[in-house]
Design a protein around this ligand. Sequence first.
Ligand SMILES: [Zn+2]
Length: 352
Amino acid sequence: MTSDCVFCAQYSLSTKLKEKLRLTIDIPLELVSKPNPKRDKKTFKCDRSDITGQFFKQVSALRNSGGGALFVHIGGLDYADRNLHYFHELFDKPLNDLVDEGDLFIDTFTFLWLKDLETVENKSHEFLIIVVRASSRLSTPDYKTKVSTDHEITQPSGRTLCELLLKTRDIAKEDTVHEIDALPAEGRSVQFKYVKSEFEKIHASNIDDFVTYMWVSLRLREYITALSKNLNGGSYFVGIEETDNKFSNYVSKTFQRKGIQILPECKPLIQRELDAKITNCIKVYPDKGTPLIKCNFHNLQDENVYVIEVAVRPISGCVFYDRDGPEAYELKNKSVERISFPVWLTKCTNVQ
Ligand SMILES: [Zn+2]
């Protein structure tokens, strides 16, 4: 059982369902009765990330433990409402990402109403049951690593990731460091970022916040995993702004070096903070102990104004932005537990 809710505890014992493994989750009505927060950011108060994270954790655990049923309790749902439009809008695409290659969503997940299975006293109409079929491979909600196109970084397929982990790639030996007098083109091996106004000047008291801002909000951790997959590595620049580039018939985009002000004593501290992030938050497999990044501070004409380059070395294998590697779950003694990296690796590579 995964909830303290008495109704979840009671109704998940339903005898009309053959699935033996059962988990429960309480989902606030406002999560599934309003449009996606991307379209309704201001009025939406519920923290979706926590609940949706919990949801996919449980689905993954059921998929990796032989299949079962997830009892979804939507408190306050009207008895007559059978239209879960916003529920499906929120969950179906990521659920589809959990479908094994070669399988169909419609064969993997079955949606039932508890009230159609059995009539129990009040509240049963608030329960949706998702029957989750076992995964024949390994159901991983988040691989914690990215791959590049020239436009963006995305999650790889499970098969691609396993191929990367199994083979040795002929990577460059030399450091990848760029000159920025003429900016290289943004794409698979180069990424440009600019900062919000509070980080246009870096001093001793805002370094921690600045590095965390780069790491999380500007997605440095994710770009490191993507750039390390290039045979020559790549570079992530901070202090370069995107602007319009007007041609006679249309407006395109270009980039200009704007830089950020960094006091001299702060430069080694930025490198040190980034090294700490790498040590604490990044997993390299196989880990050969090679330093993954190097910081270069490109001085612009103004004193103490720099473009920061985080040069990422290529890695044969894979870099994950989580010390524990990909995030997948299984059920152990009725509790949902994260699958350890060695077990994940064995399972993932064995099914190839
Ligand atoms: Zn409940």
